[in-house]
Design a protein around this ligand. Structure first.
Ligand SMILES: [Zn+2]
Length: 97
C-alpha cells in the first residue's frame, strides 16, 4: 500500500520539477579527482560526484547550448569541452525516441 517515494529534481534549463528518471544527468566528479571529466548519464543512474539534471528532451538540450548553460555552470572550475557534453546529451535524447 505504501507508494515508493519518487525523488524530484529540477532542470538546469527550464527549472521544471519532476521525477529524476525523466532527466538526463551531467555528473561533476568529486573535486579532488584530478583530470576527471564531466559525464552524461541517465537520471536514475548511480553517481559519484554532484549531479545536474536536464530534461530528456531536445528543446532543453538545444536551449542549454544556445544560452551556454554548461559553460556558465562549469567552466570556472573545470577544463571541459562543452561541445562534447552537448553532443552526448543530444545522443542520449535521440536514443530514447
Ligand atoms: Zn528542462
Amino acid at each position: 500500500m505504501i507508494s515508493k517515494r519518487v525523488p524530484i529534481r529540477k532542470c538546469i534549463v527550464c527549472s521544471e520539477r519532476k521525477p529524476k528518471e525523466e532527466f538526463l544527468m551531467i555528473v561533476r566528479p568529486a573535486e579532488n579527482k584530478l583530470g576527471a571529466e564531466l559525464s552524461v548519464m541517465s537520471g536514475e543512474d548511480k553517481k559519484s560526484g554532484r549531479g545536474y539534471y536536464i530534461c530528456k528532451n531536445i528543446d532543453c538540450v538545444q536551449k542549454a547550448k544556445r544560452v551556454r548553460r554548461l559553460e556558465r555552470l562549469f567552466s570556472k572550475r573545470y577544463n571541459f569541452e562543452p561541445e562534447k557534453i552537448y553532443r552526448l546529451l543530444e545522443k542520449a535524447v535521440h536514443k530514447d525516441d
